[in-house]
Design a protein around this ligand. Structure first.
Ligand code: HEC
Ligand code: HEC
Ligand code: HEC
Ligand code: HEC
Ligand code: HEC
Ligand code: HEC
Ligand code: HEC
Ligand code: HEC
Ligand code: HEC
Ligand code: HEC
Ligand code: HEC
Ligand code: HEC
Ligand code: HEC
Length: 463
């Protein structure tokens, strides 16, 4: 509120002018200009006060109020003691209750559930001239100017201004008098916006998943008037999102391995649609397509490391790991970042060797039986055995220099059975694995040792 206090003195002044103007019968009304007084006056209607001498311009405005045009001054002014020297019908009085006068003929603006304060206060003439004005509906100002007489222009001072607010189309959204909705709005929630944004309305109605705040109220994210951020957003993404998604805020700010996708470009909007989607979690594409949309190239990491081109790898290696077959990259990776190497959801060793502890392999054993590395001897827990000697146990389960799964397995895809690798990085050397599978066992001739075979039925002596 800016000029509210200025309004009352204005009305008082107006009232004073009324009295002064009406008492000085011979003098033309205050706002009469030279040009207009010299205009040829039309003969006064029988009960009209408009003559070439008196109130001559009262009905000369572009938009003249019905009763004024009809010369019916007394319906509002009644009879005036100041005009005692004139015929009875010319005797006007100061109007005590303006609104009551207006309601005589316009009772549709009687206060409703929500009433604009000046209307509730009976100040019809704060916005309308009772006689006439250059503006439609005898308004005292055009568009936003009318409103900014009382309201702060700050509303539309943001760098990005909403189309209708920019051109003073305030009443496209607000009823100037009374309304069924708070803030004198013409509709509630998204329905207000859908009055104009019909394309968004269509898209939202068709979408399988709508973001909760979007179906609640668009203004949770958009300022309806103006804002410092593009699209009149209340803050920039990701801050906008993280204001509500506190758990994500906490997670993203504390994780030690951050995901480039969150940190760069459009941040959350790299993967999510702010409004709606046909894919769960408001994703822009099917989850795996989303990942491969970026991971279709090599990335260089800040620490100098490189990430492979995953899309190419999956195309070149036909034997895909179960969850990759299910197109579920998030089964193992947390797209928002993690405290584990490679944004993995659970621990998995980043190195070729590691002292054995079951918790180092939580990732793999969240889906696979951990018994494959716990029992030295078995006849059923794993197929990687020589007779009953568990070769998983033998390679992995060591207090020092246990081989990690990566020494033998690919995580995403491979052209060998059981996701065995073709080769494994060992320092700067790509150590070959040379795996051959047989009906009852297999063999490898890796860079670690000479050719070795295993057989579940006929125990190999080299095992
Ligand atoms: C719809 C009601 C209404 C009608 C009809 C009306 N007036 Fe007014 N008039 C007002 C109001 C309201 C004021 C503001 C001052 C007040 O509240 O007393 C006013 C003020 C005036 C003033 C004071 C100066 C000014 O212009 O503000 C004059 C003079 C005046 N009217 C003359 C007339 C004459 C002459 C007619 C007939 C041609 C007329 N009025 C018809 C409502 C009306
Ligand atoms: C004696 C009846 C009467 C009174 C009292 C009256 N009006 Fe009117 N008003 C009319 C008539 C008649 C019209 C012309 C309606 C039309 O053109 O459709 C009109 C038109 C208007 C319009 C423009 C509407 C339009 O569709 O163009 C406004 C605004 C208005 N009046 C405001 C007021 C205000 C404010 C007051 C009180 C100060 C008031 N009226 C008092 C009869 C009255
Ligand atoms: C805050 C400013 C404001 C106040 C106060 C106000 N009006 Fe209005 N009025 C408007 C605006 C703006 C319009 C034009 C609405 C439109 O274009 O739809 C309007 C339109 C009108 C109309 C014609 C359009 C219609 O919907 O019939 C009438 C009659 C009217 N007002 C009467 C009144 C009366 C009577 C009061 C006092 C009870 C009043 N107004 C108080 C701003 C105001
Ligand atoms: C004569 C002064 C005046 C004019 C002109 C005026 N307003 Fe107001 N308006 C007020 C006052 C007083 C309030 C109540 C105080 C507040 O909430 O700031 C108010 C409140 C509002 C509110 C908030 C309502 C609520 O429930 O909180 C809206 C929206 C509004 N006005 C819109 C408009 C629009 C749009 C215009 C122009 C068509 C306009 N106003 C013109 C005086 C005015
Ligand atoms: C696109 C619709 C739209 C337009 C156009 C619009 N407003 Fe609003 N306005 C709103 C909504 C929605 C709110 C409620 C905001 C809220 O509750 O936070 C509002 C609130 C307000 C308020 C109350 C402020 C408050 O913080 O409670 C005022 C005053 C106001 N508008 C004035 C205006 C003025 C003046 C214009 C024209 C320059 C205008 N509005 C144009 C939708 C609009
Ligand atoms: C009276 C019609 C109208 C209403 C109601 C309306 N808008 Fe708009 N809106 C527009 C127009 C016109 C534009 C400018 C379109 C353009 O520049 O392409 C616009 C632009 C926008 C933009 C920026 C689009 C861009 O590409 O820059 C956003 C965001 C927006 N509106 C959101 C809203 C929200 C939220 C609401 C409800 C609170 C709403 N609008 C209600 C008419 C409206
Ligand atoms: C959760 C926050 C949020 C909510 C709620 C929200 N929006 Fe948006 N909106 C955004 C973001 C973020 C953008 C910017 C998108 C971009 O950069 O592509 C945007 C952009 C827009 C745009 C301009 C670009 C476009 O997509 O056309 C319009 C128009 C728009 N929103 C309308 C709406 C409407 C209408 C509603 C309510 C039905 C709404 N928004 C609710 C966050 C939101
Ligand atoms: C005004 C608060 C608010 C803002 C701002 C917000 N959200 Fe949401 N979001 C929610 C609520 C509430 C839910 C529903 C949560 C639920 O159902 O548990 C939700 C759900 C989601 C979901 C899960 C959808 C699903 O189907 O389970 C995603 C993804 C999401 N938001 C992303 C975002 C992104 C990205 C942004 C920023 C562009 C954002 N949110 C901004 C409140 C918000
Ligand atoms: C790399 C793509 C990507 C980015 C960037 C991203 N998300 Fe997500 N988000 C996803 C995927 C995929 C899911 C579904 C995960 C799942 O199914 O477990 C998801 C799920 C969510 C959910 C639903 C709750 C949950 O954890 O399952 C919310 C809320 C969410 N994201 C918010 C955000 C916010 C906020 C941002 C920005 C700070 C963001 N996301 C950035 C891909 C992303
Ligand atoms: C079964 C769990 C799992 C699934 C499912 C999975 N990943 Fe991985 N991902 C890993 C592991 C473990 C690593 C670390 C591998 C390593 O360093 O040897 C990794 C590493 C990566 C890397 C880094 C590669 C590099 O060169 O260091 C990218 C990129 C990646 N994954 C993307 C994806 C994408 C995209 C998907 C879905 C198509 C996906 N992942 C599915 C477990 C998985
Ligand atoms: C918008 C592009 C984009 C999308 C979408 C995307 N990523 Fe990434 N991802 C990157 C970038 C850029 C990096 C390199 C990050 C860095 O510099 O830390 C990266 C890094 C990674 C890493 C290695 C992290 C590390 O620092 O060790 C993995 C693993 C990964 N992404 C998996 C995924 C998965 C899974 C998805 C799908 C849920 C996905 N990405 C979607 C851009 C993307
Ligand atoms: C999200 C669950 C999940 C995680 C985590 C997971 N896997 Fe798998 N894995 C599967 C599924 C499902 C299959 C397919 C099983 C089938 O086809 O019978 C599979 C198959 C395999 C196979 C081939 C088995 C066969 O009989 O063909 C190997 C080897 C394997 N995973 C190793 C690993 C390793 C090593 C890890 C840890 C980096 C791991 N998996 C993490 C779900 C998972
Ligand atoms: C020294 C190489 C090597 C290491 C290290 C290794 N594996 Fe294997 N793994 C194999 C071979 C070879 C097979 C195939 C056995 C067969 O079917 O003949 C296999 C099979 C599997 C299978 C399929 C089921 C089974 O046991 O037959 C799973 C699951 C599996 N490995 C998980 C893991 C996990 C998890 C790790 C790390 C904790 C790991 N492997 C470490 C060589 C290895």
């Amino acid at each position: 509120m800016r000029k509210k206090t200025a309004v009352m003195p204005f009305l008082l002044a107006l009232a004073a002018v009324t009295i002064a103007g009406l008492s000085a019968t011979a003098a033309p009304a205050q706002q009469t200009t030279q040009g207009e007084t010299s205009q040829k006056a039309k003969p006064p209607a029988r009960d009209s006060c408009i003559t070439s001498e008196c109130h001559a311009t009262l009905d000369k405005d572009r938009f003249v109020h019905g009763p004024v045009a009809a010369g019916e001054c007394t319906v509002c002014h009644g009879k005036s003691p100041q005009h005692r020297d004139r015929p009875a019908e010319y005797r006007f009085a100061k109007i005590k209750d303006t609104a009551a006068a207006c309601y005589k003929c316009h009772e549709q603006f009687k206060p409703k559930k929500f009433t604009h304060t000046p209307v509730a206060d009976g100040e019809c003439t704060a916005c309308h001239s009772p006689h006439g004005s250059p503006n439609k509906f005898q308004l005292l100002g055009k568009g936003g100017a009318l409103c900014f007489d009382c309201h702060d222009e700050e509303l539309v001072a943001g760098k990005f201004v909403h189309g209708p607010a920019a051109v003073g189309g305030c009443i496209a959204c607000h009823e100037p008098h009374t309304a069924d909705y708070a803030k004198n709005l013409r509709a509630e929630g998204p329905a207000l916006c859908f009055m104009c944004h019909t394309d968004k309305a269509d898209a939202l109605h068709k979408a399988a998943f709508v973001h909760k705040p979007v179906s609640d109220n668009c203004i949770k994210c958009h300022n309806p008037h103006s804002a410092a951020k593009q699209f009149m957003l209340r803050s920039r993404v990701p801050a906008l999102c993280l204001n509500c998604h506190k758990d994500k805020k906490e997670q993203i700010s504390t994780v030690s391995v951050k995901h480039g996708a969150v940190e760069t470009g459009r941040s959350c909007l790299n993967c999510h649609d702010a409004h709606m989607s046909d894919i769960p979690k408001n994703l822009l594409m099917e989850p795996m397509d989303l990942c491969l949309n970026c991971h279709d190239r090599q990335y260089r990491l800040a620490d100098g490391g490189k990430l492979m081109n995953m899309k190419k790898w999956l195309a070149d290696n036909k034997n895909h790991h179960g969850p990759v077959k299910q197109k579920d990259c998030s089964a193992c990776h947390n797209p928002h970042g993690s405290n584990n190497f490679r944004i993995l959801r659970k621990p998995y060793p980043p190195t070729f060797y590691m002292a054995f502890s079951i918790s180092n392999y939580d990732l793999c054993f969240s889906c696979h039986e951990k018994t494959i590395v716990l029992d030295p001897e078995t006849t059923k827990l794993t197929d990687f055995r020589n007779g009953d000697m568990n070769l998983h146990f033998k390679h992995v389960n060591k207090p020092i220099k246990g081989r990690t799964c990566r020494a033998c397995h690919e995580t995403h895809a491979s052209n060998f059975p059981k996701h065995i690798r073709e080769s494994v990085p060992f320092g700067s050397w790509e150590l070959p694995v040379n795996y051959r599978k047989t009906e009852t066992g297999g063999s490898c001739a890796p860079g670690c040792h000479k050719l070795k075979k295993y057989d579940r039925v006929q125990k190999e002596i080299n095992g």
